[in-house]
Design a binder for this molecule. Structure first.
Ligand code: FAD
Length: 453
């Protein structure tokens, strides 16, 4: 009797875990299908490193799904791990680390994306001599990689400086101009200060780069990294605000020459090898350049009154951060309607799209269908033949076929296209092509990192 009872208890316990696993699996599949229905697939995904799942080896345990710090990038589909929200992947590689059977390898971007990346030497030099690239612009994401690459570019330049200085006794020439003050640019600027190299850093917006644009209190995952003027930075999880405060504190320890709100417009190389950098405010010269511009590109501005207000934005990172808001989306392309639909799903939002044409004409079929459904269900409003004429605190003025209409407004997103960093690289004369990481870079970034060919 006792034995029967023990077997019964064991069966109940086993049944409990089997049902839990089955339900988790189902939930995961439902999430995957929902993501697919939203059109969130890998084609909109990162141009940097990401997981590659070997379906033959995957045992469907879901360890990778749980390990991903960015949420629903992976899910179990048909009992196997699959990428369902590739655009959210930023290449941490924890999924690969947690996979008990080694079924995940971290790979670089797809060949099509690699064609947009700069060809770089082992020392991160482009095909233009003494013009270097650090951070995500080179195709490798993550803060620790940006920091390591910023530092290593400056170390390489330091080795060449004696030669470069003796070749050019020119007045008013910096040793280095660093473009961009995200993690790569900050680390490069600090390393240059540590080595007393004359440097100018030019930043289009404010210091902090993409990190400063993360949603409030976003948990940042990173790995221990050697930080100039500080030593080993050991924290592996901290809020975006804590990370920005740490950088500010380190930057206060030295005199950095950083011009914020001054973006670079062009880089040209004179016949004597000196670079000339033109910005929105002036022109500067340098013996070497480090481009640390990230991959976000430059959004096109409308030139409308009030566009400089802080609630006028050009990039939506997380829609669920915005609730109970009056929102205006300007534009009629896929990015505009996807953002509008994402925001319309958040509680309490009233979303309006302003589009200058009489109808949407260049949407993917999937988006064209979904936006129609959203309009029919009154989930959002579209005002065709309209352009914004002024952004104000609390409202926006639209010119609708010659008549002015005022809408209550808390946040505006403008999706009017822009310039990709690829075009900028081409204008600088930098050759693009497939990027082969050196062995040391592969090891630095992730033990399981491989190149996808
Ligand atoms: C939502 C999200 C979450 C993430 N979470 C993590 C995380 O938890 N952990 C992690 O390690 N990584 C994370 N990442 C990735 C990480 O933020 C990037 O890999 C990293 O910021 C790249 O650093 P960077 O310095 O190369 O470029 P960026 O941080 O993009 O900085 C580039 C800088 O260049 C400036 N710039 C651009 N054009 C010009 C110009 N013409 N002139 C002058 N300046 C210019 C920009 O204004 C910007 O300040 C995340 C990314 C996103 C989008």
């Amino acid at each position: 009797m006792d034995t029967l009872f023990t077997w019964l208890i064991a069966a109940i316990v086993l049944g409990f875990f089997v049902i839990r696993y089955w339900r988790a699996n189902k939930r995961s599949e439902a999430l995957a299908h929902a993501a697919a229905a939203r059109g969130a697939n890998f084609s909109d995904g990162p141009k940097a490193q990401h997981p590659h799942i070997h379906a033959d080896s995957c045992i469907g345990c879901g360890a990778c799904v749980t390990a991903c710090p960015e949420g629903d990038v992976l899910a179990l589909v048909g009992g196997k791990a699959a990428i369902v929200n590739g655009h959210k992947c930023i290449g941490h590689g924890l999924c690969a680390e947690e996979c008990p059977v080694g079924a995940i390898t971290m790979v670089m971007a797809k060949a099509s994306a690699s064609a947009d990346l700069p060809a770089l030497s082992e020392s991160l030099e482009t095909t233009v001599p003494n013009l270097f690239i650090a951070g995500e612009l080179g195709g490798l994401a993550l803060i620790k990689n940006a920091v390591n690459q910023g530092v290593s570019c400056v170390n390489e330049i330091a080795n060449r400086l004696e030669d470069l200085r003796s070749g050019t006794h020119t007045e008013n020439v910096y040793d280095i101009i660093i473009a961009g003050a995200g993690p790569a640019g900050i680390a490069a600027s600090l390393r240059a200060a540590e080595l007393s190299i004359s440097t100018l850093t030019l930043e289009r917006e404010t210091v902090g780069g993409t990190v400063s644009k993360y949603p409030r209190q976003k948990l940042v995952m990173t790995s221990p990294v050697e930080f100039p003027l500080h030593g080993k930075f050991r924290k592996t999880q901290l809020s975006k605000e804590e990370l920005l405060a740490f950088w500010e504190e380190v930057m206060r320890r030295t005199d950095l020459n950083i011009h914020t709100n001054e973006g670079i417009a062009s880089v040209t190389r004179e016949s004597n090898g000196i670079f000339s950098v033109r910005t929105s405010l002036g022109e500067y010269r340098a013996r070497t350049i480090i481009l640390a511009l990230g991959r976000a590109g430059t959004p096109r501005k409308l030139g409308v009154k009030g566009e400089e207000l802080p609630h006028v934005l050009y990039r939506l990172i997380e829609a669920d951060h915005y609730t109970h808001k009056n929102i205006l989306i300007v534009g009629g392309g896929d990015s505009a309607v996807e953002a509008a639909m994402g925001l319309a799903h958040q509680p309490g939002n009233r979303v309006t799209i302003s589009y200058r044409s009489a109808a949407f004409s260049r949407l993917k079929d999937r988006n064209a269908k979904r936006i129609e459904e959203h309009i029919r269900a009154n989930k959002l409003e579209v005002i065709f033949n309209s352009v914004p004429s002024e952004f104000r605190e609390g409202s926006v003025l639209l010119d609708v076929e010659g008549e002015t209409r005022e809408l209550a407004n808390d946040v505006v997103w403008i999706f009017a296209g822009g310039t990709s960093p690829t075009n900028f690289l081409k204008e600088c004369g930098i050759a693009l092509g497939s990027v082969e990481l050196s062995q040391s870079e592969k090891e630095q970034s992730h033990p399981a990192l491989a190149i996808l060919t």
